[in-house]
Design a protein. Sequence first.
Length: 332
Amino acid sequence: MRRTPSLADVAREAGVAPITASRVANGAENVDEATRSRVLDTMGRLGYRPNLAARALATGHFKSIGVLTSSMRSPGNMWTIGEIVTAAAERGYTVTLLPFELRGGETVVNAYDRLTHEGVDGAIVVAERRLDDDTSITLPPGVPVIFIDAGGGDEYTVIDSDQAGGARMATEHLLDLGHRTVHHIAGPRESYAAMRRLAAWRRVLEERGLRVPEAPIGDWRSTSGHEAVDALLADGATAIFAANDQMAFGVLQRLHELGIDVPGQVSVVGFDDVIDADASWPPLTTVRQAFDEVGRVAIADLLERIADHDRPTAGVVVPVQLIVRGSTAAPA
């Protein structure tokens, strides 16, 4: 049986001292690039695999990050998680992904507890549902934690797109076109992002002294947007702002079935700018979230907290952008 190559074998083949090979294996920076490259090439050629447990004991770091997510079905979540994995790999970290079904704070705590037993240096919680309004979240101390797209309270850093700002952009865009009010299809009540968008939409209408229509509650799927249209039209809707692109697609489908011209008779705006939002007919005006930027910011902030556990918590808001396409126009 072939013997597994050791770090000493790597040092001998690369012509460096064992301590130098150890520094390269542990990701230390006090090694010149030519030597580092030679040692890494030798590791690859010999098939050397570092002893992660030994490295953790020596450095105090596992070079691993945990990601807990409440939804594997959300395109936005998966986009953000994909960028987290990429950004972590660029920094030499692996990612352990642990999905959980969020029905209260206890499941978050249990998932976190299971994750920390895997040996991670920090954790990122990606949760669509609210965690701060009706559930007290207190995670056991141990590793730094960052929340994305959820309210983690003042105790934790929360990184998110500008949900309220994006909803304001969408609503003001439709009003500035000349619509007398804007009807809204909200996302689920338990969604942190949906409630932020709903509140911002209502605030804009109130600030302008306009009628605030009843907002049906959807479930993010196109079917809920489709089902809401008839009631909105009966209420005189000429502009509809859906809380995400999928529901906006359902709105476009129903309007097409009814023979209602978009944007000639009704304008439609979504939120997210998912892939192919520009391929709908007409192309969807929407609010673009920078899901990849959220992931990169989360990794950068978390690694700083791993290096300095006393770093103050802070809320980080990533800007959004209104993308105007063919689904909006001035009212007839």
